[in-house]
Design a binder for this molecule. Structure first.
Ligand code: A2P
Length: 285
């Protein structure tokens, strides 16, 4: 695999390509000002990012779209060079709801198409416009959907997913690893009792060796083994940092050592839905 800042796409079996590094665009609306996302996505395009991971649920798809359209209008990029991934939320897992949900995403983005549209999570909640439906006792309202699951996968040095990766490689399936830096550690959706990935001593020592940070080593590890990563940052210095992973490589032994850091730590456990009949994480992958 030849990965460079200018071209780091992985071919997909349908003839399309996916850039192996993308920008995650979820930012807690409570702590994010309007306009931050537009500025971040524009800066990311200037840095060289071409892949953007978003969702209607994130409430900022209109900002991602505005940034992309501005950069296309300025002539910095073409639509064909951009890869946008949108997501269908759990309250829309009914066949008739898919197209209107996608159209809402396209309307928010003001783009003609998305490059990838995935099921955000394989557990359905009561269909409708309330994204977090609960009954009068505060209990989540689950829904039985007929799901042919398409599922993106948490993946980082503390959760390296060896079995799943091997299976996908054998079947020519590209994995997109979410939370590649170990998340923002927001206690409302992250298991914060788990050890912080970026404080890992070995990742930091490799960083020192290559004059890189633990974050860059964690990202390099995944792209070097073909896993697409979508680190989120709205901070220009960190976006730049996360993009500078094409100018060094880990040795085979270092790759094995990082793989050995695996602790099966899943940061995003979604335990509030652990009694959902389709809860995905009881199964081994
Ligand atoms: P920020 O947006 O302020 O940069 P993940 O992609 O695993 O979900 O992690 C995202 C979190 O990691 C965000 O809180 C983001 O904050 C932070 N982050 C992104 N890049 C880096 C980096 N290079 N070093 C440290 N923290 C980072």
């Amino acid at each position: 695999m030849n990965l460079s800042a200018a071209d780091h796409r992985r071919p997909l079996s349908d003839g399309n390509h996916i850039p192996i590094l993308g920008l995650g665009t979820y930012s807690d609306p409570k702590s994010t000002s309007g306009g931050d996302c537009v500025a971040a996505v524009k800066a990311a395009i200037d840095i060289g990012y071409r892949h953007f991971d978003g969702a209607f649920l994130y409430k900022n798809e209109h900002e991602v779209g505005e940034a992309i359209r501005t950069k296309i209008a300025e002539g910095t990029v073409t639509r064909e060079e951009i890869f946008y991934c949108g997501k269908l939320w759990a309250t829309k897992l009914v066949p008739e709801m898919v197209r209107p949900a996608l159209e809402k995403t396209l309307g928010a983005l003001q783009l003609d198409y998305v490059d990838l549209y995935i099921i955000e999570m394989p557990m359905a909640l009561q269909p409708g416009d309330n994204p977090y439906p609960r009954d009068e006792h505060g209990k989540w309202i689950y829904y039985k959907s007929n799901l042919c699951a398409v599922w993106e996968v948490e993946c980082h040095p503390y959760f390296t997913q060896p079995k799943l990766l091997k299976f996908c490689q054998q079947h020519d399936i590209v994995i997109v690893g979410y939370s590649p830096l170990g998340t923002s550690r927001n206690p409302s959706w992250v298991n914060v009792s788990s050890p912080p990935l970026l404080k890992d001593a070995y990742l930091n020592s490799l960083g020192q060796k290559y004059n890189k940070t633990a974050a860059q080593v964690a990202l390099r590890f995944n792209i070097q083994r073909g896993v697409v990563v979508i680190p989120k940052s709205f901070n220009i210095a960190r976006m730049r940092e996360n993009f500078q992973i094409f100018d060094f490589s880990l040795t085979e032994e270092e790759m094995k050592n990082v793989e050995g850091l695996n602790k099966n730590v899943r940061f995003v456990e979604l335990l509030m839905w652990s009694d959902h009949p389709e809860y995905p994480f009881h199964d081994e992958y």
